[in-house]
Write a protein that binds this ligand. Structure first.
Ligand code: IMP
Ligand code: MG
Length: 179
């Protein structure tokens, strides 16, 4: 499908995302004040959200990145999650917050949390910009959620469509209508 020719419906505007990110940043700041926060951002989808979120967390913290395989080109999850790039640092003594763009089946977040727990951190929690709970295949409830959304394929603000459109500053869905 050539999405350039379709109508784009804004699901979360730039202003809404900014406001919600500010709220989440404040909540996380409160929750981690006496902790040792280590943010793990999942590439590539969460790079925009993580960059905005960490600047709303008013604490001394570390950031590192992981890459796991997910469905980059199609609309269906493969059901298997592979770690392609692990974090570089030791997590002993840290309180880890895994940041991703979206929890869909929950397989990615579930697998990453399980993997990071083997690295001896104090705690591991999760934060997603978007949550699609209706699609869950595993028992996973993100600790911090930006927006709960219906079962639609979403694009923008880090989320890709056929490897493009990650730079669109808002989250949108593609409708059936032609522009
Ligand atoms: P899960 O493992 O099924 O929860 O999927 C998580 C990953 O799939 C996310 O990190 C996204 O990269 C990708 N994903 C899930 N839903 C969408 C979507 O609606 N648009 C773009 N990417 C998505
Ligand atoms: Mg992803």
């Amino acid at each position: 499908m050539d999405i350039e020719k379709k109508v784009w419906e804004v699901l979360c505007s730039e202003e809404e995302i900014q406001m919600r990110t500010r709220e989440l940043g404040a909540e996380i700041t409160d929750a981690y004040t006496d902790k040792n926060l280590f943010v793990v951002s999942l590439l590539r989808g969460s790079f925009v959200f993580a960059a905005d979120l960490v600047r709303r967390i008013d604490l001394k913290l570390k950031v590192d990145f992981m890459t796991s395989s997910s469905y980059e080109h199609g609309e269906e999850s493969s059901g298997t999650v592979q770690i392609l790039k692990d974090i570089e640092e030791d997590l002993t003594g840290f309180d880890v917050l895994v940041v991703d763009d979206i929890a869909d089946s929950g397989l990615t977040m579930g697998c990453v949390i399980k993997h990071l727990k083997t690295k001896n951190p104090n705690s591991v929690k999760s934060c997603v910009l978007l949550d699609k709970p209706s699609r869950r295949k595993v028992d996973l409830e993100p600790d911090y959620i930006g927006f709960t959304i219906p079962d639609r394929f979403v694009v923008g603000y880090g989320l890709n469509y056929g490897d493009y459109y990650r730079n669109v500053p808002y989250v949108f869905v593609v409708t059936d209508q032609d522009r």
